[in-house]
Design a protein around this ligand. Structure first.
Ligand SMILES: Nc1ncnc2c1ncn2[C@@H]1O[C@H](COP(=O)(O)OP(=O)(O)OP(=O)(O)O)[C@@H](O)[C@H]1O
Length: 464
């Protein structure tokens, strides 16, 4: 930074005396000179005849907030600035980085972490001048208060304004698409399109045309020119979900487009230049897929410039009450239902559950509760047993089995799956009803004849 201070030192600005005190003491213990301020106005006074080597400021304070101060310092080329705040949502964090902060400390922070941030800032004084200013504060649905989610918000805030490609990893339903949207919303591309494509949901023979579009007559049924996702996302962000499942041949094509910044539509001759930021996501271990020869290392390298890892919900249980209450309220609003709330005990019970389907599963549970729970307070009894969880495990296991069978090229997997399903249900129902066929049939909700027939079929097939 251009200016040199007569009294260089670290200035701490916070209306909370306690925070100021402990931080100042820790920095003084580390041999640094520190001045303390209770509000932005007194910093402005002090700036008349001195400048700090580093300013550490709170965001929300009575009177002028920390971000306005930050912008003024940036305009006068004084800095660097570290922002600290209890508000760790994406919008606040990203706004701080946009305004030129070099680091963001989420309160409560531990002092070693704060000291490390201060030393980093003093050592390399990164300059954020080039980051674009975006005035309004977008609101994000991405919620969380747990330490790992705060870390995610910080990372989003830090990289959103850059044009770097980002790889978002995490189990299904952990919020990967929401992270991609937040990155887009917080970037200079936010006025342009955000286009999402689930690469696993599109048959591979259609994927190329889906990505790059096609000309009329490019293949049977292509009656007119269609723009692909790259063209739709021009100037904006393209979110490629389940990138790990992309067929190798398309990986090669995508790599070329990313390297060259241009492509042809399928069946086309016109070279189209593109300016698109790619955010890819996967629930798979991409490194393992590279090692197994199923994913191109060079493509991974291009996509995995910054990695944001979303932890499963069971590793951030402290977010569950916040999310559950949010979903309950938003579903009621959406469906124009009377508002409901969770009892304390219900929130506790729900927080102890494992959610194999992560936030999506929690959201679905809250949806059901908003509609079917009888009172306006949701009690532990309304949550039912954890059969929800078991059902999740069961379909997960089935999915694994199907994936394996399909990749091994096994035949008739639908028939075999149905046979297993019938057999397990019949055996369970008979066991639960002491072998009584009529009762077992009633319990399963099928006729006795159906049960007998299935039983016969199942027994015949089980013979070696
Ligand atoms: N932190 C969060 N705050 C609020 N809502 C969330 C959060 N995380 C996820 N959700 C909600 O949970 C659902 C699933 O999220 P999303 O589709 O982003 O997950 P995903 O990881 O992309 O899933 P998949 O891998 O299955 O595509 C969405 O309805 C999303 O709005």
């Amino acid at each position: 930074m251009a200016k040199h201070s007569d009294t260089p030192g670290i200035w701490i600005v916070d209306d909370d005396r306690g925070v100021r005190f402990v931080l100042a003491e820790a920095l003084r213990d580390a041999g640094l000179a520190v001045r303390e301020f209770g509000d932005a106005a007194s910093v402005r006074d002090a700036l008349r005849d001195a400048t700090p080597a580093l300013l550490v400021t709170d965001v929300r304070m009575p009177g002028e907030g920390g971000l306005a101060l930050l912008e003024e310092l940036r305009a006068r080329q004084i800095g660097p600035v570290i922002v600290m705040s209890a508000y760790t949502d994406v919008a606040t964090t990203a706004a701080a980085y946009r305004a030129g902060a070099v680091d963001y400390l989420a309160k409560p922070f531990d002092l070693d972490q704060a000291l490390a941030a201060v030393q980093r800032a003093l050592a390399d004084v990164p300059h954020a001048d080039a980051t674009p200013q975006i005035a309004s504060e977008p609101s994000h649905a991405l919620l969380g208060e747990s330490a790992p989610m705060r870390q995610v918000f910080r990372l989003i805030g830090r990289v959103a304004a850059s044009d770097l490609n980002v790889l978002v990893t995490g189990e299904t339903g952990t919020g990967k698409e929401l992270v991609a949207r937040a990155l887009h919303e917080e970037s200079a591309r936010r006025g342009k399109a955000f286009v999402a494509l689930n690469t696993a949901a599109i048959p591979s023979e259609l994927l190329e045309s889906e990505l790059f579009g096609h000309e009329a007559g490019a293949f049977t049924g292509a009656t007119r020119r269609v723009a692909g996702r790259f063209e739709q996302a021009e100037g904006g962000t393209l979110f490629l979900d389940e990138i790990g499942d992309m067929p190798l041949i398309l990986q090669t094509r995508l790599l070329r487009v990313l390297a060259e910044g241009e492509f042809y539509r399928v069946g086309g001759r016109e070279l189209i230049r593109c300016n698109v930021r790619i955010i890819a996501a996967t629930h798979q271990d991409l490194d393992a897929r590279v090692a197994a020869g199923q994913f191109r290392a060079d493509l991974k390298h291009r996509l995995d410039v910054v990695r944001i890892e979303l932890p499963p919900l069971r590793e951030r249980r402290s977010d569950i009450p916040l999310l559950a209450q949010h979903f309950l309220v938003s579903v009621a609003q959406e469906l124009k239902l009377p508002p409901k709330r969770f009892s304390k005990a219900a929130l506790k019970a729900i927080s102890q559950r494992d959610f194999p389907g992560n936030v999506r599963e929690l959201e679905n549970l809250c949806r059901r509760l908003a509609v079917i729970a009888s009172g306006n307070e949701i009690l532990p009894a309304d949550l039912g047993t954890s059969s929800e969880t078991q059902r999740g495990d069961w379909t997960d296991a089935l999915r694994d089995w199907a994936d394996r069978a399909l990749s091994d090229g096994e035949a008739d997997i639908h028939t075999r799956a149905r046979e297993s399903l019938d057999r397990v249900l019949l055996e369970a129902a008979l066991a639960a009803n002491e072998g009584h066929r009529q009762h077992a049939a009633t319990a399963l909700g099928v006729g006795r004849n159906t049960l007998t027939r299935k039983l016969g079929a199942s027994r015949t097939r089980r013979k070696p």
